[in-house]
Design a protein. Structure first.
Length: 280
């Protein structure tokens, strides 16, 4: 990546720095290309990449410099203590979503012996698989309208040896009269005109935006939830940092009590939920 067809580890990392790629990201990409631990690079900065390795790394660095998520380039992302395979068909799992998983796990502690849980808009299967991994006694149903996303989720479940029912559905549409003890969702919640959308251009737009105020999917999920929850069932929803009040009001309006909001690791209101009133 200098002027010749090959380069050293040190030169490769210097090139990455000049391209504006974070050093850790560059090391991880280089370690993947060389099929070695990242720690190996620190002691072998004079090691030389061959032509194919140089070209492969250059392509990865160019894509990272263009803003493509590191997870897509590596093909995987750690979430809630395990590794998921990901590609551009799915949203990259975020640490913020672990707040939703942890809340659902708390509720499952007091759930029936064989609780049923639906994860709507499952994407890579991150939430459903995290719950199935921690609570093997629960029946998990992961739903998505995107067939490519479901393929990613199903492959993750198979690789991890976790049993989840995967279902192609536009939110509630294919669930019929089924009712669940807990429904969780990380739906799209960014407004169509959000100025930060260009930064997310490599991720599926379907999983990001939801109308002029970002609340369209959340409204639909909340309105349909009473018909798909058992009495006293819970609905937990991830949302934007400025949407908690609106989400709690929507929950109350549709028959939910005990509405509250949990904050993510940065202290931002990230997940709101409520318990369906027994009389609804």
């Amino acid at each position: 990546m200098s002027d010749g067809p090959v380069c050293s580890v040190a030169a490769a990392l210097a090139r990455a720095r000049a391209m504006g790629v974070d050093r850790l990201d560059a090391q991880l990409l280089l370690a993947r290309v060389l099929a070695c631990p990242r720690s190996w690079l620190l002691a072998h900065d004079d090691a030389v990449l061959d032509v194919d390795q140089t070209l492969q790394l250059h392509g990865h660095l160019a894509r990272r410099a263009d803003g493509e998520p590191l997870a897509y380039l590596l093909g995987e992302k750690e979430f809630h203590g395990f590794v998921l395979k990901v590609d551009r068909a799915v949203l990259v799992p975020r640490p913020d979503t672990e707040t939703l998983v942890d809340w659902a796990l708390e509720l499952l502690e007091a759930a029936p012996a064989r609780p049923t849980v639906a994860d709507l808009g499952t994407g890579s299967g991150a939430i459903a698989l995290a719950l199935a991994r921690a609570r093997p006694n629960a029946h998990l149903c992961g739903v998505d309208v995107s067939s490519p996303a479901l393929e990613v989720a199903r492959a993750n479940g198979t690789r991890l040896g976790l049993e989840v029912e995967w279902l192609h559905s536009d939110w509630w549409s294919a669930l019929g009269g089924r009712r669940f003890d807990i429904v969780v969702a990380n739906p799209p919640y960014i407004s169509d005109g959000d100025p930060h959308l260009p930064e997310l251009r490599h991720e599926p737009r379907l999983a990001l935006t939801s109308g002029v105020d970002g609340l369209a999917a959340l409204r639909h999920l909340i309105a349909g939830a009473p018909a798909h929850l058992r009495p006293l069932g819970w609905l937990l929803l991830e949302h934007g940092h400025d949407q908690a009040d609106s989400v709690r009001e929507l929950l109350r309006r549709h028959g939910f009590a005990s509405t509250t909001t949990r904050h993510d690791l940065a202290g931002r209101p990230r997940v709101s939920g409520g318990q369906l009133c027994a009389s609804v």
